[in-house]
Ligand binder design. Structure first.
Ligand code: AP5
Length: 212
């Protein structure tokens, strides 16, 4: 059986990281997250500046950098879930030249809820595990359940940057939804439900195999 090649779209805080991890584990495929890869390489010097300088302003990192990351990572595996890419129409067009996508899933969540999720998110400074002070708190305050290290707030989860990320989503990533809208395998998922219910919807759709 061919492994799925999934694009997971959604605004900042929609749950792409949360659901992307579950999809990857359940279907035995790679979780490719451009945000994660860029944070690891945040100090990398490029002609346009470092990835970190764009991330901290909530702006998109230039296409050339991101496209290369994705092409290299996709080339290593048979099945994957792409989390955070494509983020503009140019990236979507580029992706279509390097692979064929089987499913495009759009996690839809209202802006008010996104702001709550992002401002309350905490991540482990060591292993990167995700928490939320209200919706998914750690067992011990400020400490990772998995490795015991300190939980921190992501540099781009500061109030002003959150608003800019949402604006960038509306301007640049919404056109990607239009690009995929009539494609076979495109599906909109109600992302405001609790993570278990969202996961059940995603799993059911992927197990049906046709994205309908
Ligand atoms: P990236 O890391 O991709 O960030 P993002 O898209 O802004 O998304 P987030 O990681 O903030 O949220 P998420 O949707 O993964 O939600 P999560 O599961 O964490 O990108 C960061 C930056 O990198 C960009 O701004 C840009 O600069 C750059 N970049 C990345 N890709 C790029 C590209 N292709 N091109 C150019 N630049 C790029 O959940 C959020 C919180 O909510 C968590 O606390 C979680 O516990 C909680 N939560 C999750 N699901 C639920 C639920 N159902 N109910 C309640 N709480 C929930």
């Amino acid at each position: 059986m061919e492994l799925p090649k999934i694009v997971l779209l959604g605004p900042p805080g929609a749950g792409k990281g949360t659901q992307g991890g579950l999809i990857a584990e359940y279907f035995g495929i790679e979780h490719i997250t451009t945000g994660g890869a860029l944070r690891i390489n945040r100090e990398l010097e490029t002609e346009q500046g470092t990835p970190g300088s764009f991330i901290d302003r909530g702006e998109l990192v230039p296409d050339a950098i991101v496209n290369e990351i994705v092409e290299v990572e996709i080339g290593k595996v048979e099945g994957f879930v792409l989390d955070g890419y494509p983020r503009n129409k140019e990236q979507a067009e580029y992706l279509s030249t390097i692979t064929e996508i089987s499913n495009i899933m759009y996690l839809d969540v209202a802006e008010e809820e996104l702001i709550k999720r992002l401002s309350g998110r905490r991540v482990c400074s060591e292993c990167g595990e995700n928490y939320h002070i209200e919706f998914h708190p750690p067992r011990l305050d400020g400490e990772c359940d998995l490795c015991g290290n300190k939980l921190i707030q992501r540099s781009d989860d500061e109030a002003g940057t959150i608003l800019n990320r949402l604006k960038v989503f509306s301007e640049h990533t919404k056109p990607v939804l239009e690009y995929y809208n009539n494609r076979e395998g495109f599906v909109r998922i109600e992302g405001r439900n609790n993570p278990d219910d969202v996961w059940e919807d995603i799993r059911n759709i992927l197990e049906m195999g046709d994205g309908k």
